[in-house]
Structures are given as structure tokens and as C-alpha cells.
Design a protein around this ligand. Structure first.
Ligand SMILES: C[S@@+](CC[C@H](N)C(=O)[O-])C[C@H]1O[C@@H](n2cnc3c(N)ncnc32)[C@H](O)[C@@H]1O
Length: 228
């Protein structure tokens, strides 16, 4: 069965508490990683930029503020998340659009860059989504992806595992009144591709100059690449 409908319902449910939970869970680090994403995507000039799985809109908003001449679209399939984004960033001229990452409603070769935060863990087939992203990028356009990544088995592993297994679901219950949604975050992180494997999938999808950087004791990865 496809993950889509369950994921959509889950994000519709946690939308009002999503930002607060993010700040607490990441100990205030999350905006720093989004800033890195926007810097890696580069200045699109007056071109179009797509922030896919935009959620409550942070990456789209940072893009708009960093590159004032850019045309920014924030797209997501959760209407409640999009509503939060719209409320938060009313003063910015961002186009908020409902769309599913598996079948993007955009023409080939449309965007200077496509960013997404915490999308790929939630889809059935990362390769299919990355091919779709490659299709809508202009030649030379950049993709930048932020997501959690399974921690490596080093000396910190037991502590990280404890935090993921118990700390995050506990915070989810306390702050978002939804332990299950945050237990899902833990499960989907542990089951996700390693950063190295994900880089390989970016290459398979047609991207070149693929690389990545890890943050937060190796639990967060930003991947990037370019359409030839
Ligand atoms: C964890 S939130 C991340 C939001 C935002 N990018 C951020 O940095 O906080 C993941 C978002 O991905 C969206 N999403 C998941 N699967 C999707 C899909 N197939 N198409 C579009 N959006 C999707 C969810 O609705 C949710 O808003």
C-alpha cells in the first residue's frame, strides 16, 4: 500500500504544532540546516525556484528573503501545512501550491533550483521522485535535499538511538499531542537509505556533481546535485 494517504493525513494533523516541535526536537538547529540548503541552491536571479514538501514554508521563505528577485513556489500535498505556511509568511509573495512530489504539475526544464526538506523519507520510491525533480529542473539547475539519515554505529550510537526511540516520541506526545507521528519519524529515519546510498540514487536519477554533508551528530544529511 502507498505511504501517501497516511503521510498526508499525519501532516494535516500535526500542522499547528509542527514548528514548535521542530525547534525543540532539534535544539534550535533546524533553521541553520535550512539556511545551508538555500545557500547550496544558489542565486536563481529572476528565475523560478520550487520548494517541494514545503510544509509550513521555512525553506521557501528563506529563499525569498535571500534572493529578492527570485520567483518562489512552495508546494506540498498537505493543505493544512500549506495553510500554516500562508499564515506565517503573508508578507512574502510566494505562490503556495498543492502538488504531489510523485507527479509534479510543472513543465520540463522549468526551475533554476528545486529544494526539499524531509520529503524523501516519506515517499514510496525516492528514485521516482528524484527523476521527477530532474525533469522539471532546467539543464544546469540544482537540487538540494535535507533529511534525517540513519546514524552510523559509532560510540554515540546508543545515545542517539535512545533519543530517537524514546526522546522524540515523548516530545511528540508532550508538545504536539501526537506520539505516533513522531514514532513514525524515528522508524522512517532508521529504515531510510544511508547517506551514501542516497547519493547513489541521486546519480541514478540523472544528477551530476552529487555530494552531501552531515549535521547533528550524523543524524541529518543535506544532499545536492546538478542536472547536466
Ligand atoms: C516534515 S515536513 C517538512 C516541511 C518543510 N520542508 C520543513 O523543512 O520543515 C514534510 C512535508 O512533506 C510533505 N510531503 C510528504 N510527501 C509528499 C508528497 N508525496 N508530495 C508532496 N508533499 C509531500 C508533507 O505533507 C509535509 O508537509
Amino acid at each position: 500500500m502507498s505511504k501517501g494517504p497516511g503521510v498526508q493525513k499525519m501532516f494535516d494533523g500535526i500542522a499547528p504544532n509542527y514548528d514548535r516541535m521542530n525547534r525543540v526536537m532539534t535544539m534550535g538547529q533546524d533553521q541553520r540546516w535550512r539556511r545551508f540548503v538555500v545557500d547550496k541552491a544558489g542565486n536563481p536571479g529572476q528565475g523560478w525556484v520550487l520548494d517541494l514538501a514545503t510544509g509550513t514554508g521555512d525553506i521557501a521563505s528563506l529563499t525569498g528573503r535571500s534572493y529578492a528577485r527570485a520567483n518562489v513556489i512552495g508546494a506540498d500535498f498537505s493543505l493544512n501545512m500549506l495553510q500554516e505556511a500562508q499564515k506565517r509568511f503573508q508578507e512574502q509573495s510566494i505562490a503556495w501550491q498543492a502538488s504531489d512530489a510523485n507527479h509534479l504539475p510543472y513543465n520540463d526544464n522549468s526551475f533554476e533550483s528545486v529544494t526539499f526538506g524531509y520529503l524523501l523519507r516519506n515517499v514510496d520510491d525516492s528514485l521516482q521522485v528524484l527523476k521527477e525533480v530532474c525533469r522539471v529542473l532546467k539543464p544546469g539547475g540544482r537540487v538540494v535535499c535535507l533529511d534525517t539519515t540513519p546514524p552510523e554505529k559509532n560510540i554515540l550510537y546508543p545515545f542517539i538511538r535512545f533519543y530517537f526511540r524514546f526522546g522524540i516520541p515523548f516530545l511528540g506526545r508532550l508538545i504536539a499531542s501526537d506520539e505516533a507521528a513522531y514514532a513514525y519519524l524515528t522508524g522512517s529515519t532508521m529504515d531510510f537509505h544511508s547517506a551514501k546510498d542516497l547519493a547513489r540514487i541521486f546519480t541514478e536519477a540523472g544528477f551530476v556533481e552529487v555530494d552531501y554533508k552531515k549535521f547533528m551528530m550524523g543524524t541529518i544529511a543535506v544532499h545536492w546535485g546538478k542536472k547536466e
